[in-house]
Design a protein around this ligand. Structure first.
Ligand code: GAP
Length: 513
């Protein structure tokens, strides 16, 4: 199946089974804003728990906070967001559609890459087992020509971005003959910068209302609380502050479902270190974060680092963790060495000293910061994309199964009485009432047992138990495993232990140690 079709199926599965809905659905939706449904919220909460525990429980020197979304407007001046949190935009005069100039060029680079991959795939088919992809790429004239065009475009694009040269961005679009996907024309306007922050007003106009912003990242809430936390928590450098919360960006090109949203959630951790040690910690956090992702078991080949060539003015190193989505490798998390830029800026704009006295070296300094920043929604999408699976079973029947890591699954256990009579529902309820304090259970007595299994497969429930007539005699139930569909008979007394062991976050977290 084409990856585009897989993605469409995932989006409709998310709606059909209560994971993700369009915001304001009955009013035909609101662009790039989404709601999480009854299954989605459980999965999302489990992702957040996995992250939070991996930061705050596993590291004695990391603590959490929950700062407000509204903050003093000067914070965004100090952080540089008022002046520089921009996207370069271009309009097509015929279709009147607006695009991000950088995205149009990135798409063109991806097209060259696609052409190369197609040539390689075609040749691999032609030559069979004897095919040597590296040799083919190094010698085939068509591949070499596309590789050269790709590299040249990449170099020119990076230079234009680094120089913030909007005219050159437009010229690249013209030279590469990039057309508007709607009108098909090359009738482009100039490129302009567009600030991504949403603003609103606080206070009544009589008092003189203040323009304030909805935060575009949670990180600034951490920076401006640095002194509060360091002092009240008696934190010693190195230490970290973690936070999960909403962020808002007026994205112009909002695409790919929950990949690029206007309201989204971030999980960010700022790690404060002694100046000069930041590269060691940057390396350490790269290792720790990729381990966190890989522990989910989707396969190591689903991840790669993408080191930034163009560094933000405040950073001295930056990388993205990219995940193989149905639409290619895409950024899920950023790891940045942000130097002392943010704390120094807040020191300057607030007039308050933000220094740390380091007793080990008997010196005061402004700490350097390593940031790990991951989008909850992108993480959610990466998990759904990898977990979604269509299987043909023996006998030709098909099933859709979400092979979610058991610890993240919304429902851990389905409790299914074989029939609606003979005391089986009562026994099933009795079991559920015992387990529901520790496990998210779902009771279902409607339809055939096969249909009920399919419903649970579709939401990723790792275990189903069936209560039958024999249960009333031997106190045993049949437990069915989602991925293998194997069934075994177990004593009710042992259920809690068997299921808890495999569905708690503890086993995932232990892999991180
Ligand atoms: N504090 C640093 C920061 O915000 P970023 O690379 O702009 O860095 C971090 O964002 C992460 O937030 C991204 O890797 C992505 O997962 C998520 N993110 C950013 N913009 C997003 C959007 N419009 N929709 C969904 N997630 C987004």
């Amino acid at each position: 199946m084409a990856q585009e079709d897989v993605f469409k199926k995932i989006v409709s599965h998310c709606k059909e089974y209560g994971f993700v809905f369009r915001s304001s659905d009955i009013y035909d939706g609101l662009g790039a804003v989404y709601d999480y449904g009854q299954m989605g919220v459980e999965l999302k909460n489990n992702i957040k728990q996995y992250w939070w525990k991996s930061m705050v429980l596993l590291h004695e020197n990391i603590v959490g906070i929950d700062s407000a979304i509204f903050m003093h407007p000067t914070i965004w001046k100090a952080s540089g967001h008022v002046d520089a949190f921009n996207d370069p935009l271009i309009d097509n005069k015929d279709s009147k559609k607006r695009y991000r100039a950088d995205v149009l060029i990135e798409d063109k680079i991806a097209k060259y890459e696609e052409k190369i991959n197609k040539e390689v795939a075609k040749a691999a088919k032609r030559f069979g087992e004897a095919f040597d992809a590296d040799q083919f790429k190094a010698t085939n004239p068509r591949v070499l020509a596309n590789e050269e065009k790709k590299q040249a475009l990449h170099t020119r694009f990076a230079a234009a971005l680094n120089a913030n040269d909007l005219e050159e961005l437009r010229q690249i679009i013209l030279d590469e003959e990039i057309v508007c996907p709607i009108s098909g024309s090359k009738n482009w306007t100039d490129v302009r910068q567009f600030n991504l922050m949403f603003s609103t007003e606080m206070g009544s106009t009589a008092e003189g209302a203040n323009k304030i912003y909805l935060r575009p990242e949670t990180a600034q809430g951490i920076f401006v609380n640095y002194l509060n936390v360091q002092k009240t928590g008696r934190m010693k450098i190195p230490f970290g502050i973690a936070q999960i919360g909403k962020a808002f960006r007026n994205e112009i090109v909002a695409r790919q479902f929950i990949f690029r949203m206007r309201e989204f959630e971030q999980m960010e951790m700022q790690f404060f270190v002694r100046p000069g040690t930041e590269m060691d910690y940057f390396k350490k956090w790269k290792e720790l974060r990729i381990k966190w992702h890989k522990a989910l078991g989707f396969g190591d080949d689903h991840y790669r680092f993408h080191d930034h060539e163009k560094l933000a003015h405040y950073a001295n190193a930056a990388t993205d963790i990219e995940f193989l989505m149905p639409f290619g490798f895409k950024e899920v998390e950023g790891i940045h060495s942000r130097t002392d830029f943010d704390l120094k800026q807040h020191e300057k704009f607030s007039g308050k000293s933000i220094k740390y006295f380091d007793p080990e070296i008997n010196e005061s300094y402004t700490p350097y910061v390593i940031e790990t920043s991951i989008g909850v929604d992108r993480m959610f999408l990466s998990i759904m994309s990898s977990a979604y699976c269509e299987e043909t079973l023996e006998g030709g029947e098909t099933r859709v199964v979400l092979k979610l890591p058991a610890a993240l699954a919304p429902v851990k256990l389905a409790v299914l009485p074989l029939t609606k009579k003979d005391g089986l529902p009562e026994k099933a309820r009795e079991i559920m009432n015992d387990l529901k304090f520790e496990l998210n259970c779902q009771y279902d007595e409607k339809d055939s047992i096969g249909k009920r299994y399919r419903r649970q497969d579709a939401i990723g429930t790792p275990f189903c138990i069936t209560i039958d007539h024999q249960t009333l005699e031997d106190n045993c139930v049949t437990i069915r495993h989602r991925d293998t569909m194997l069934q075994e008979r177990v004593n009710i007394e042992d259920l809690k232990q068997i299921i808890s062991k495999q569905t708690t976050l503890t086993s995932l977290l232990k892999q991180l140690m």
